[in-house]
Design a protein around this ligand. Structure first.
Ligand code: ADP
Ligand code: AMP
Length: 233
């Protein structure tokens, strides 16, 4: 007899039932960890960057507005991002929680999210701050390559695929994001410092902030994140 409480198929019985926010500079490892955490809990990974890139690829009105802004390494206006997020969390797959990566990125976005979560009956979000020496970010950002098919994230220096520029999972071609070129990294980091970093103090004041050492290995950061989420109220 199975007395462990685990289902017979061995899948996780843990439930997230909340919004988790991954906060940190570009290249800190938020996307990599958000995919892992979302898979662990069977909830969606909501990357506003991925959502905007999908809109660009499809040529939607939102994509047409966002593309030049993203190419310059600046933030897309709050009104556009907030509408996109509000629609997304209405979808049925979000009922048991979700992992935000790259959202919120301004105080206005954070304030709106607090209201939105309350309206939908969610507990206050749990915020994981990815703390990392900015000197490590250039290598992570310029080395990043993403699978065109499944969005898997690699790094040519730190986490290369087994076969040259092909995804280990689906053989998809790996590509560099246009904004990951070295000349766009400066403006992106400035946007982070000016517009997003104030959220660290904002969430700390609300008592929602937890920190991970994002300079560690992917497995070690994953362990830190899981400890925080499992221990959270
Ligand atoms: P973000 O979503 O915060 O911009 P990513 O998750 O896309 O960051 O990671 C940025 C780059 O760094 C990717 O190329 C990824 O493979 C690599 N990376 C992520 N986490 C680590 C880590 N802990 N150690 C080394 N490289 C990492
Ligand atoms: P990311 O994939 O998170 O690195 O985001 C890539 C780019 O998308 C950013 O540099 C912004 O131009 C835009 N973007 C993503 N998320 C947001 C957001 N929450 N607010 C404003 N712009 C965003």
């Amino acid at each position: 007899m199975n007395t462990s409480g685990a289902p017979p198929d061995g899948k996780s019985v843990e439930h997230l039932d909340r919004a988790v926010i991954f906060l940190g500079p570009p290249g800190a490892g938020k996307g990599t960890q958000a995919k892992e955490l979302a898979k662990h809990y069977g909830v969606p990974h909501l990357s506003t960057g991925d959502m905007l890139r999908e809109n660009i690829a499809k040529g939607t009105p939102l994509g047409i507005k966002a593309e030049p802004v993203m190419k310059r390494g600046e933030l897309v206006p709050d009104s556009l991002v907030l509408k996109m997020v509000a629609q997304r969390i209405e979808e049925p797959d979000c009922t048991h929680g979700f992992v935000f990566d790259g959202f919120p990125r301004t105080v206005a976005q954070a304030q709106y999210l607090t209201i939105l979560l309350r309206q939908h009956g969610y507990k206050p979000a749990l915020v994981v701050h990815f703390v990392i020496d900015p000197k490590l970010l250039l290598r992570r950002i310029t080395g990043r390559r993403m699978c065109k098919v499944g969005g898997e994230i690699y790094n040519i220096y730190e986490r290369p695929p087994k076969c040259d520029l092909r995804c280990d999972h689906d053989g998809g071609e790996l590509e560099q994001r246009p904004d990951d070129r070295e000349e766009i990294v400066g403006p992106r980091l400035q946007a982070y410092e000016r517009q997003t970093e104030p959220l660290v103090a904002y969430y700390r004041r609300l008592g929602r902030l937890h920190e991970v050492n994002a300079a560690k290995s992917v497995d070690e950061v994953k362990r830190q994140v899981l400890d925080i989420v499992r221990g959270a109220r």
